[in-house]
Write a protein that binds this ligand. Structure first.
Ligand SMILES: Nc1ncnc2c1ncn2[C@@H]1O[C@H](COP(=O)(O)OP(=O)(O)OP(=O)(O)O)[C@@H](O)[C@H]1O
Length: 255
């Protein structure tokens, strides 16, 4: 089932004085199926963050449509956009974005507090999630008292607790050491196997090799896609490396 349909997205940024324009996305179309795990890669400045921000309804495209479960998110009014994001999307960022003055538990509860869920409901959702993520014992701690990997697992719990249709992750392994990176990638695979759809922007070939599809962006356009299919992580890693070489040496698109 097509969960997300991106149709002919264009994004033109006007510079501060309006006399210069940057075409960050030229004409991007893509579809993401329910249950897919998609990594987005590309050189710095290729348009990845622009695309993710638009998918996250944090920014609007200059033209084009984005349908999430058939609803065009471009048309949602500013008044309704925060509630839409909270109810339908989960976010995992490189720098965790946890509030230092809240315990980990309260950080995870925050999106549910904002949508006025009962404490009983919050506890009910938290228990299996915390157990799955291996954070049950540290929920009373504060972000500054735990490791980067533990912080990131809490950020994942906060993203999942609203039971979003889609998880959007921006460089989720960017601030993690290699062990925490491997733990997080295993975790993403697990939540994906449980049916959660994930879109992740990453510079890491290792991270991307865990996804079921890798989409390469070059100069604001989809340049190429690789499906994992039956490939091992190692074969996928090699395939991604070869494509990145092609991308940086100016190879012709064969999308
Ligand atoms: N607010 C803005 N105003 C003007 N130009 C912008 C703005 N944001 C991004 N750009 C330009 O749009 C293009 C795409 O930027 P974007 O941040 O999407 O790339 P990226 O692939 O995410 O890069 P990185 O990997 O370095 O984060 C770049 O040329 C960038 O300079």
């Amino acid at each position: 089932m097509g969960l997300l349909k991106v149709k002919n997205i264009k994004k033109i940024y006007a510079t501060r004085f309006g006399n210069q324009k940057v075409e960050a996305l030229k004409n991007v179309s893509l579809e993401v199926e329910q249950g897919e795990y998609v990594a987005i890669m590309g050189e710095s400045g290729s348009g990845k963050t622009t695309l993710l921000n638009i998918l996250a309804a944090l920014d609007k495209p200059t033209s084009g449509e984005i349908l999430l479960n058939g609803k065009n998110i471009v048309e949602i009014s500013d008044k309704d956009i925060s509630a839409f994001r909270r109810d339908h999307l989960g976010f995992v960022f490189q720098d965790f974005n946890l509030l230092d003055t809240f315990s980990l538990k309260d950080n995870i509860f925050l999106p549910l507090v904002l949508s006025r869920k009962s404490y009983k409901e919050m506890e009910k959702r938290m228990a299996p999630l915390a157990d799955d993520l291996g954070i049950s014992d540290i929920l009373g701690k504060y972000p500054y008292e735990v490791s980067g990997g533990q912080k990131q697992r809490c950020a994942v719990a906060r993203a999942l607790i609203t039971q979003p249709e889609l998880i959007l992750a921006d460089e989720p392994t960017g601030a993690l050491d290699s062990k925490s990176t491997n733990d997080l990638l295993t975790l993403f695979n697990k939540i994906n196997e449980n049916g959660q759809t994930i879109i992740m922007v990453t510079h890491s070939t290792l991270a991307a090799s865990h996804a079921s599809r890798v989409l390469f962006i070059k100069d604001g356009e989809v340049f190429h896609q690789i499906y994992k299919g039956d490939k091992t992580n190692e074969e996928m890693y090699q395939n991604i490396s070869d494509t990145l070489t092609l991308l940086t040496t100016g190879g012709v698109s064969n999308e």
